[in-house]
Every structure is written in C-alpha cells, then in structure tokens.
Write a new protein. Sequence first.
Length: 452
Amino acid sequence: MALTGLDIFKLLPKTNCKKCGMPTCLAFAMALAQKRAKLEDCPDVSEEAKGKLAAAAAPPMAKVVFGTQNNQVQLGQETVMFRHEEKFYNPTVLAVTASDKLTGEDLTKRIEAINALQFERVGTKIGVKAIAIINDSGSSDAFAQAAAAAKGASDLALILVTQSPDAMAAAAAKTKDSVPLLASARPDTAQEMAKIAKENSCPLVAKAESIDALAELTEKIKSEGVEDIVLNLSTGPLSGNVPGLRDQLFNLSKIRALALKKVFRPLGYPTISFVVDGDADTQAALAISLICKYSGIVVLDTVEPYALLPMLTTVMNIFTDPQKPVQVEPKVYRIGEPNENSPLMFTTNFSLTYYTVESDVEASRVPSYILVVDTEGTSVLTAYSGDKLNEKTVADAMAKNSVGSLVKHRKLIIPGYVAVMSGKLEEATNWEIMVGPRECSMLPKYLQEVWN
Ligand code: SF4
C-alpha cells in the first residue's frame, strides 16, 4: 500500500530545517506522497528511512522485459485497475505458437505467416510481437532446433514453452542472446527452471493451478535468484486452453487486485494466458476478453489476419492514454503528388479525423494538400465548439506552413461542419473559401466533380 503523507512524515527528521525547500517536514512529506518532491531533496533523511520509503515506492507490479533491442517487449508495471484512474502502461503482447513438430519448409512457412501479422492502423504500426515455440515433440533436440530456427528467421521476441527442464536448457542455450521468456516453471520443476533462467539471464513464467500455489511458487523462484517472473494460472495442460473464461477473468482480476490494492508482492508480476484451442473466431473472442482483463501476454494458435486485427485493435484502444487524444503532427500532408494547381483543404490533428480524411482523399485519386491545424487532438466539431478551431487558428496554420507557396490559386476547402466560419475565414485570409462536404466519405465525389 502506498504510504500516506503522515506515514512518510513519521520517517523524516522533523527538524523543519527547510533545506529541502519546503517550510516544514510535514509539507515535504505531503509533497513526497503526491510525487511532487524527491526523497533526495532531504539531505538529513536516515538510511533506515530511505530503505522503508524506497520499498514503499517500488511499483506494485514488477516490470518484465524479454527479447532484445528491435524485438524487445516490456510487460507489467501497471498501477491501476481501471484505465480512467490513470492509464495502462505496457500493452498486452500477442504471441503466436509454432510447434517443434514442424521442421524444414513447414516450420519456415509457419514462422513467415507469424512474421506477416503486422498492420497499420491510424498511422500506427501494430502487430504480433512474439513467437511461442511449443515443445509438442517431447524431444529436447527438436525443441532447441525449432527455437534456433525461429530466432534465425524472425525479428520477433521468443517464448520457449516446455515442461521439461532438459528441453528448456537445450533451447535456452541456443537462443539466450535473444533473451527469450521461459515458460514455465511448475512447483516440481521450480528449482531447475530457475537455475536455467538465472544462468541464461532470462525471465521465467511461474505456472500453478491456484492463486495460493502461484504465490508460493513465485517466492520459491525468487529465492533461487530470479526476479523477472510472469504468472500463469492454469488448470489445463501446458499447451491447453484457458480454464473457463469466467474463471480465468475472475482469477486474473483477483491477482491484479491483490497485487495493486493490497501490494501483495508474491503476485506483483504481469500475467500470461494461453488461448490455443478452438477456431480462429473463438480464439479472437477469448483473447479480446483476456486483453481487457488483465493478461500481459496472450499466446494464440491462429495466424488468421482477420482474427488478429481486432485483437490488436483492442490492445491499441485499451492502452491509449485516456487523457491524451491520439494526435498527428500539425503540418501540410501531401497526398499523391500534388502541384500548384492541386486542392488545399484543412482538418484537425485528431488522429482518427486526419486518417479518415486522408483515406478519402486518397480514394479520390486527386493529388491534394491537407493542412492539419493543431486543435490539441480534438475533432472538427469539438475543436470548433471549444474555440480551438477558428479563423485565427486556421489563418495562423496557413501562414506557419507557407501554404501560399504551395499553390498558385487562393482557394481553401473547409469541412462542411464548420461552414459557419467561412465568412470570417475569408476576411482573415483573403482566400476564397470553398465549403466541402459534411461527411468526408463524400470527399472523393466532391474533389472529382466540384474541384475538377
Ligand atoms: Fe525536514 Fe528534511 Fe526538509 Fe529539513 S530537509 S525540512 S529535515 S524534510
């Protein structure tokens, strides 16, 4: 539990010496509790107090990283149950399985299919971030070879999934410079698996069949010197499906609440779920629920793009900072190869608005300029009603981006929803204002018929 200002005050020297820049120790304690001050600002705080305050300040859920540089992924470090309380920090990682029963061309094709699961949505690249190699063969050699093949043929992070410490040791030895996530240590293999994780500097999944057993297991793994742990609560076989979705959601929520609300350190780690049975539709439905509450990683079996895209879209939406609209850079965007006779229009820098306009202008096949006005990431009507979009902001954006040097005509197309500003805008800019359609889906017709 986070310390209150009064808890912190009890640990301070209480001399009110003001060296920290605050009038009293109590004022400093209150500022520290609200994260407006740093402990280092008090030069007289005792070592004992420093230890206690640092422990209390540690995040309730640990950060776990696997993969390297280009393919590194980060999990955990979440601080709230609900996004609106603050924000969620590290997006759920989607991973797809490749069985070590596959060899040669079959394995290559599977890895290529997983690599290809990358998409672009509202200007952001989203995609599968990891390959989970599954030790279906039961052979250590086959597992190590499949892991090595995946490492060589993919930039994605690796998850090594086996119950066998021998197979894990063999595969980890071949891939340790990629820092794979090792899945999993069970209560009976905890010591051996922790040794492999420690020797290869890899994070380790702790897998148990109840929350109590999981808490015991993480303590055991930690006592073996492994700090980076991911939780897997599952009653099914290692590569089997999640338990009933209702139970899984209940358990994941309980783990999260114990970690964040009670600061119960043995459960203060991110989680992994396996959704590898059922058809692509079923996997998509289950995975989306688990992304919402509260899987740090979801491992899937499907490589169907139509099933992956909604899962990735869900991740993108859930992990967007609710206090910060997704924005594009305010500037002039060139669609196609516009010239001095091409149309010029403006829109706002709310990402969804911009990319909708962009795709409709592209569809028109009329090379154009789109001037994006900075409205702090709000849409056209919201910006207009909040006075962030007016004749002055548009005229300023036109001047700042020197739009007069891009086109020799003096015509500006404005969104139909703000037709009301056309008179004042014409006065402010001395440009002819053309009122475009209200719905940008009508832009292709407008550009082809009215502009041309
Ligand atoms: Fe109190 Fe430390 Fe600030 Fe001095 S520097 S007023 S002891 S908190």
